[in-house]
Design a protein around this ligand. Structure first.
Ligand code: PEP
Ligand code: MG
Length: 600
């Protein structure tokens, strides 16, 4: 029916041109006559959405602004992670493989065999196995296992739990806080009600929606280098007012983020660097001793490692700012776990009772004494509320040698890089300040060290000292803080925790979900910035800070920095930039453009 066909094609063309959008049409042909029954904007996959928007600009049908607004940040996210195909999840659900739901904290689908501890995950991965690391929750010394895994699954923890943060940072799909999940370490298996999956058997997790399946589902990988997406994001860059920086601890992350369009590092969490195998013993020694001489010896040993880390970041970010945050977590996090130590001591004591030779007895006594010393230290560092305890700047004031070493490493690396022709912009960030005096005291010591290094090296580099704003008091007295800070970075993870008085690590797996379900809170404040409370504190801080210093650089490096609704608020508040994990950089570029375009 060529006549009907040609007429149909003509009408479709006309409809698409009229509506300036791809159409989904219904029609019928009756006795060679074409009848159009209905037309509406067509549904489309993420890839199709991007391509249609880009094509329509090329055809002159829509403007670049319209094209940018037509693609949602969630659709950009789709390009960044493997996904389960719709067919795969449907079939798995029909086969009763859907085990449980949890928090969707790091998007993408991952498939692997269960490994119940970090060492095993690493070992299996070295042997070419795809692994999903399953833990009740993760700690910094699990990071090597997490890196080796395809995905992470935990039964506890919230959106800013260690597992969630690390997973997002490294772009590993993760589902956390799966309350229904029972992890039986003695039987080396997981159970959900009557379903059992043993260590070494396959599971599939979907971090985009928070689903956990038994078995091996098929994944598909969209392409981030998709030329249409690249074009669309470059248009987005023309419209946005916010800078888009990245949270990156390692040069490889920085490089990836830069490829995705990051314009600086907004947060390098330096403590992660201490956990690598060859460095941890020195950190242990540094914590275990009170003698300045021994402490300095341990710090001297750490210096070259840190210098190397920072040098790598400056290289990767040639020409762009790099914000390094000084050590933040409480010291006990670097020492062995208290209950593990107690258990090990009990075991050793039982073995001592059963020792058969003098040599064995001596060896065991030696081991017990050593463990006892560590235990005493761990106990002396134990705090009821470590998140409100000796961490952040308080640690820097308590043990200035530690942050002085870090600043020396930053400046030595910056000077070395600058001598090699790299354009360095170091910015040093002091965490968890609440009083201007803390900032004054730390900055004085640290800046003096920086100047000393530049003198030694015979070269000057541009630098900034600034602070995180993550305690409500700091926001309220931001004018006083701005006297000693050249930049602010909102740590909205802690700022949310301290504003609500809700523990960021416990809340999401606990009552917070109930609050959201019951509509008491409109959103999870650890995912989307609470506009009226936390947002208001940010507004006060920016206003007061810029009254003292109109050029004050104000950014955000909490997890909210990669979340579209929070990015819109950051635009509204006039922030300089948002900083998010490398994998969220493209999303942030688009979300920032949306905020600017909708503001018009
Ligand atoms: C924050 O508190 O928002 C932040 C970025 O610091 P951390 O998550 O490391 O405490
Ligand atoms: Mg913080």
């Amino acid at each position: 029916m060529p006549d009907a066909y040609n007429e149909f094609a003509r009408i479709c063309e006309k409809l698409e041109t009229h509506y300036k959008n791809m159409q989904d049409v219904e029609f019928t042909i009756e006795r060679n006559k074409l009848w159009m029954l209905q037309t509406r904007d067509g549904k489309r996959t993420a890839q199709a959405s991007v391509r249609i928007a880009a094509d329509m600009v090329e055809e002159g049908l829509i403007t670049k602004e319209e094209a940018v607004l037509r693609v949602s940040p969630e659709q950009v996210d789709f390009f960044l992670h493997p996904q389960f195909s719709i067919e795969a999840t449907q079939a798995a659900k029909e086969m009763d493989q859907l085990l449980a739901y949890g928090l969707n904290v790091s998007p993408g689908a991952a498939v692997g065999v269960i490994a119940l501890d970090a060492n095993l995950a690493e070992e299996w991965s070295k042997h070419g196995k795809a692994v999903i690391m399953v833990r009740p929750e993760t700690k910094p010394d699990d990071v090597h296992g997490m890196l080796a895994s395809e995905g992470i699954l935990t039964s506890r923890g919230g959106r800013t739990s260690h597992a969630a943060l690390v997973a997002r940072q490294f772009g590993k799909p993760a589902v956390v806080g799966v309350v229904a999940l029972n992890i039986d370490m003695s039987k080396r298996q997981i159970t959900v009600k009557d379903k059992v999956v043993k260590e070494g058997e396959w599971v599939s997790i979907d971090g985009t929606v928070g689903e956990v399946y038994s078995g091996k589902l098929t994944t598909v990988v969209p392409d981030i280098e998709d030329p249409y997406l690249m074009k669309l994001l470059s248009w987005a860059d023309e419209f946005r007012k916010l800078g888009v920086w990245t949270n990156a601890d390692y040069p490889a992350d920085a490089e990836r983020a830069r490829k995705y369009g990051a314009e600086g590092i907004g947060l390098c969490r330096t403590e992660h660097m201490f956990f690598e195998t060859e460095r941890l013993p020195f950190i242990h020694k540094m914590i275990m001793t009170d003698l300045p001489v021994a402490r300095n010896e341990a710090l001297d040993a750490l210096l070259p490692f840190q210098r190397e880390d920072f040098y790598g970041l400056f290289r990767a970010m040639d020409g762009l700012p790099v914000i390094t945050r000084l050590i933040d977590p409480p010291l006990h996090e670097f020492l062995p776990d208290h209950s593990d130590l107690l258990r090990e001591l009990t075991d050793l004591k039982i073995r001592l009772k059963e020792a058969r030779t003098l040599a064995e007895t001596d060896e065991l006594i030696g081991k017990i004494n050593k463990k006892q010393v560590i235990l005493e230290r761990v106990e002396s560092l134990r705090e009821e509320n470590p998140m409100l305890g000796l961490r952040g700047v308080r640690l820097g004031i308590h043990i200035p040698e530690l942050t002085v070493m870090q600043v020396r490493a930053i400046f030595e690396a910056a000077c070395q890089a600058a001598k090699e022709g790299i354009d360095v912009h170091p910015e040093i960030m002091i965490p968890l300040t609440s009083h201007a005096n803390e900032l004054k005291v730390q900055r004085e010591v640290l800046e003096a060290e920086g100047k000393k290094v530049m003198q030694e090296q015979g070269i000057k580099v541009d630098y900034k000292f600034g602070t995180m704003i993550e305690i409500p008091r700091a926001a309220l007295v931001a004018d006083q803080m701005a006297e000693y800070a050249s930049f602010f970075s909102f740590g909205t993870n802690d700022l949310t925790q301290t504003t609500f008085g809700i523990s960021r690590d416990d809340a999401e797996a606990g009552f917070l979900i109930e609050y959201i379900e019951k509509g008491i809170l409109p959103d999870n404040p650890f995912a989307t910035i609470d506009r009226d409370g936390v947002g208001e504190l940010m507004r006060i801080a920016i206003t007061k800070g810029r009254q003292v210093n109109p050029d004050l650089e104000c950014g955000i490096c909490g997890e909210h920095g990669g979340e579209p609704a929070s990015i819109a608020l950051c635009h509204e508040l006039g922030l300089t930039y948002v900083s998010c994990s490398p994998f969220r950089v493209p999303i942030a570029r688009l979300a920032a453009a949306h905020a600017a375009l909708l503001d018009k």
